[in-house]
Each structure stands twice: as structure tokens, then as C-alpha cells.
Design a protein around this ligand. Structure first.
Ligand code: SAM
Length: 236
């Protein structure tokens, strides 16, 4: 069964995350548990809205290529059997499922996201596409800017199309560094903010003429228009 834990749960024991201890119980659909700035609230609401069609649009818009990029991201994280790993901004869990197969049943995967709807999708996918190793995944509602884990807790961290969406990117990166064990890796997958005029123009054309029109057919015009500004504010 998919495990969806609100804000803290993880395993008991000496190494369990201690921040925000005394975690909350499951809460009703639609209520908001993780709150930050108003900009972050808006993004949280945006990702809740697109959750029902997010996976489908990823498949269509990337022509299935996002799976190749996600496999590369996981392989660059150097996660291996038995590791405890974090998939930050996990959304519906693609990277977490790939990590789960890497670390196996003697490893652990924590998928963290502040969108309850995305986590619910992840938990139901965990049930529907059941593989024995998926038992090692826990879904945790949490904020990338205040991770509910002790220092040096993870052997690897992945972030897929997430860091770009976080309001305070340097703070999120400090949090990632804090929870990683020394010598371990974070692997971050995202859209390229290109300095080449040609590539940037092509990317902008594709967003205006392919991505937004397709998203509009699902009533998500504004949600996908946001892609362009998020790329323009992203790190190089
Ligand atoms: C574009 S989705 C990516 C989902 C998934 N990683 C993937 O590769 O398909 C970005 C995710 O980041 C999450 N997110 C954005 N800011 C966050 C924050 N401050 N804390 C936790 N999750 C956040 C959103 O809720 C959303 O699910």
C-alpha cells in the first residue's frame, strides 16, 4: 500500500528525522498543511491544480523523453543498494520510483513535496503499479525550505523540475546540503536556462506555441505560462 505521511512521520529510532517531531496525522483533502510565503502558497496551489493531468502532459510534451532524463538524473545521484535517499519536490513520484529500484528493499526512499494532491497521485501510483521494492517509499508532505530531517541523513538527493519552482533557491540548496551525508551527491534535473539566443528563442517558441496551447485544452493556460518566467528566474 502507498504510504502518505503528513509532514513528518518517517521511521522511529535513533536516526529518524527529528525536526518538526510529533508529526501531524493525515488530514482531509483540500486543506493546507505546509504554508510558507504567499508566492510559495500560489505555487503550491498551482501544483495542486495541475496534479490530475501532470503525468499525462509530461509524457505528451516530452514525447516520453522525460523518462530518459529522469533515469540519467537518478544515475548521477550515485544512489546504490541499501542507501537512504530523498527525492525532493517529488510530485507524482517518477524519480522516487526509479530510486526505489536502485536502492532495493534494504534501502529507503523519501518523496517530499508540499502539494498534497501530487502526493496523493504518487501514493495511488505506488499501489497501482505495485513492485515489491516500492514498499521502501514514503511520501511526506514537507517544504523544501525547511526539510523535516536531521543533518547528514541521506546518501543521495534528487530534484526533478523542482528547484526552479522553489521561491528561495539558495535556501533550498542549503537545506539539501544540510541533509546530505558528507561526500554524497545531489542530482538536479531541470530545464536549461540557455545563454544562446537560438536555444532560448526556440525554447520560448515551443512554450508559446506547443506547451501553452496544449495545456489550454485542459484549462491550464496560466499554469503553463508560468513555465517561461520560472525558467527566466532559474540559476545558470
Ligand atoms: C514540476 S513538478 C516536478 C515533479 C517531479 N519531481 C517530476 O520530475 O515530475 C515540481 C514539484 O515541486 C513541488 N514544489 C515546489 N516548491 C516546493 C517547496 N518549496 N517544497 C516542496 N515541494 C515544492 C511542487 O509541488 C511540484 O510537485
Amino acid at each position: 500500500m502507498g504510504t502518505l505521511a503528513a509532514a513528518i512521520p518517517v521511521t522511529a529510532g535513533a536516526t529518524a528525522p527529528s525536526r518538526h517531531a510529533g508529526g501531524r496525522r493525515h488530514r482531509p483533502r483540500g486543506s493546507v498543511a505546509v504554508r510558507c510565503s504567499s508566492a510559495a502558497d500560489e505555487r503550491q496551489a498551482l501544483f495542486n491544480r495541475i496534479a490530475p493531468v501532470y503525468d499525462h502532459l509530461n509524457d505528451v510534451l516530452s514525447l516520453g523523453q522525460h523518462w530518459t532524463w529522469k533515469r540519467i538524473c537518478v544515475s548521477w545521484s550515485m544512489a546504490k543498494r541499501g542507501d537512504r535517499v530523498l527525492d525532493l519536490c517529488c510530485g507524482s513520484g517518477d524519480l522516487a520510483f526509479l530510486l526505489s529500484q536502485k536502492v532495493g528493499l534494504d534501502g529507503e526512499v523519501m518523496g517530499v513535496d508540499f502539494s498534497w494532491q501530487q502526493l496523493q497521485t504518487a501514493a495511488s501510483r505506488q499501489d497501482q503499479r505495485w513492485k515489491a521494492c516500492y514498499k521502501n517509499i514514503k511520501w511526506i508532505e514537507g517544504d523544501a525550505l525547511d526539510l523535516p530531517f536531521t543533518d547528514r541523513y541521506f546518501d543521495a538527493v534528487t530534484v526533478g523540475y523542482g528547484l526552479r519552482n522553489v521561491v528561495d533557491k539558495p535556501k533550498a540548496m542549503r537545506e539539501i546540503l544540510r541533509v546530505l551525508k558528507p561526500g554524497s551527491r545531489a542530482s538536479v534535473l531541470d530545464f536549461n536556462k540557455s545563454s544562446s539566443f537560438f536555444t532560448a528563442s526556440l525554447q520560448s517558441w515551443a512554450i508559446n506555441n506547443v506547451v501553452v496551447p496544449l495545456a489550454s485544452s485542459y484549462g491550464l493556460t496560466e499554469e503553463y505560462k508560468y513555465l517561461k518566467s520560472s525558467i527566466s528566474h532559474y540559476l545558470t
